[in-house]
Design a protein around this ligand. Sequence first.
Ligand code: FAD
Length: 120
Amino acid sequence: GLPGSVFFQAVEHAPIAISITDLSANIIYSNQTFSRETEYSKEDVLGKNESILSNHNTPRIVYESLWGRLTQQKPWEGVLVNRRRDGKRYLAELMVAPVLDENNKTINYLGMHRDVTELH
Ligand code: FAD
């Protein structure tokens, strides 16, 4: 198979913001596009909850549908209002998915988002 470093480089340099979290949505990895888009460095977000990106005016039902899907081990896709480190709001088209181990147990979550402010 491919060496792990190839997978790492592909994710690290992918032209979409990627983060990996624990089961409480605390960030354990973020790629370079994530830092460019959110203005949070890797060090800024490591161990922080994904909710630091929330602008706190996305309807609660949106988060409930996101978590409802993840807890059923299914992916979810939708648009959220996010906020950059400098306070600027942007619309994020987010896809989240569970990461399963070989026994089909959810071990992490994967998030991928892009700024779609200009498309709306
Ligand atoms: P919360 O306290 O998170 O509560 C909102 C709802 O989610 C409640 O119904 C609560 O019961 C439920 N919930 C929260 N955590 C869990 C859990 N661990 N298991 C089951 N149900 C749970 N949010 C953004 O605003 N922007 C993002 O870009 C973003 N990216 C995410 C990426 C990933 C990979 C994941 C897993 C989550 C992401 N979230 C994102 C969601 C984020 O974790 C928060 O749930 C959200 O921001 C709302 O935060 P809150 O503190 O207002 O409410």
